[in-house]
Ligand binder design. Structure first.
Ligand code: NAP
Length: 289
């Protein structure tokens, strides 16, 4: 078997086209445009380049994507105060806090200070808790991208065995709830699964495999169940090249569908972030549900 490629770039373009149409329609009807505030604390070259690429995506969609730069020495209190100002600014519809942060800043505490109505990334504890209860108001964008790619494979997840490798707050844990909502049977593997030598055993049972561990090529193609859907979230830089967590060529021999890295989850994630923000914007101007 040679897997069909789940082309994230193509999916991102079609999602972006639909989103732009929606933003244009709202602007024509009401004159309003979405405004997102991005808080950056200190300077990190990689993060700055990622934020710039998000800004290009946003501006192509007609979103006002602003930056608020704070010095690396800013305190948690100062950051919280800036977030409070943005929460109270009716012209701002979405707020995002960029990582990495200086070590003295507690990311989760800061994100919890962002109004639940303006939480672009869906990482506020209230939004995460709502997801636990089955209410998917604002969903973290990488897991949302995984679900969009899975939907594009045309495979119904109901009753299938899904295995997620990685249990981070930003990817693995929220994805559990999104897959459960689609009536999947979900297993989650992590470093202790590997240490126990049981990763291959779990993966070989996966109808849907999501790799989000950040270990280049650690998931061997021979572990993949024939006919599985493989979604590789990993982004690793190896000798100047970006690679995923799954051995692509050998996994593609067995899988029914597989995402490439780069060009899989990444481009869809960027659009899911914008979609989150547009939903928040619509609710704030009285158009959302
Ligand atoms: P993270 O916070 O470092 O979490 C990694 C997870 O993988 C942890 O749960 C860890 O287990 C598990 N793990 C590490 N080594 C393992 C091993 N040998 N066997 C099994 N599990 C192992 O990482 P993250 O933020 O979720 O990111 C994961 C990857 O996705 C990274 O490559 C990152 O760059 C990429 N990413 C991509 C996007 C995108 O849009 N495409 C977005 C976010 C992240 P423990 O919990 O036991 O430590």
């Amino acid at each position: 078997m040679t897997a069909g490629i789940l082309d994230g770039k193509a999916l991102a373009v079609s999602l972006q086209t639909a989103l732009k149409r929606e933003i244009d329609d709202i602007r024509q009807q009401s004159g309003a445009i979405p405004v997102f505030a991005n808080i950056v604390v200190g300077h990190d070259a990689g993060a700055a380049s990622y934020a710039k690429s998000q800004q290009r995506t946003a501006e192509a969609l007609g979103i006002d994507f602003r930056f608020l730069h704070l010095a690396a020495t800013a305190t948690q209190q100062e950051l919280t105060e800036q977030i409070a100002l943005l929460n109270n600014d009716r012209s701002v519809h979405g707020i995002m806090l960029h990582k990495p942060l200086p070590e003295h800043i507690d990311f989760q505490a800061a994100v919890n200070a962002i109004s639940v109505h303006k939480d672009l990334e869906g990482m506020n504890v209230t939004n995460l808790g709502e997801m636990f209860l089955g209410n998917f108001h604002t969903v973290p964008c990488t897991p949302a991208a995984v679900m969009a790619l899975l939907a594009s494979s045309g495979i119904d997840p109901a009753g299938k065995d899904a295995v997620i490798v990685g249990r981070s707050e930003i990817v693995g844990k929220p994805l559990i709830h999104l897959l459960l909502q689609k009536n999947c049977t979900v297993s989650v593997c992590h470093s202790a699964t590997s240490k126990a030598g049981r990763l291959a055993e779990h993966i070989s049972r996966a109808d849907i495999l999501v790799a989000a561990l950040g270990r280049p090529g650690l998931i061997r193609g021979e572990w993949v169940q024939p006919g599985a859907v493989v979604i590789d979230v990993g982004i690793n830089s190896v000798a100047g090249k970006i690679t995923g967590d799954v051995e692509f060529a050998s996994a593609a021999e067995r899988a029914a569908f597989i995402t490439p890295v780069p060009g899989g989850v990444g481009p869809v994630t960027a659009v899911c972030l914008m979609k989150n923000g547009v939903e928040l914007f619509k609710r704030q101007i009285g158009l959302g549900v």
